[in-house]
Write a protein of this length. Structure first.
Length: 79
């Protein structure tokens, strides 16, 4: 029995809904740097290296901001 790869992919509307929900949570982040990093990585599908170049900071700094923001987002979503 073959599995169609599309069976496990979210539909366009599901993906759009998820992006809208994610954007609303991103807007609630306390720090503008966190918002920018998460938005660029998860909404605009950029790499940490690309975001680092744009913000003129190290990739390690982007990674730290991302981790901090993801912890904050997890706390928001668990309430």
């Amino acid at each position: 029995m073959e599995c169609s790869p599309n069976l496990f992919r979210p539909s366009f509307s599901d993906e759009s809904d998820n992006r809208v929900i994610l954007q609303s949570y991103i807007n609630k982040l306390a720090c503008e740097a966190s918002k920018k990093v998460i938005y660029e990585i998860y909404i605009n599908d950029k790499t940490e290296a690309q975001v680092a170049r744009e913000l003129k900071i190290s990739q390690q700094a982007v990674n730290k901001w991302k981790k901090k923001a993801l912890r904050e987002l997890c706390q928001m979503m668990s309430l």
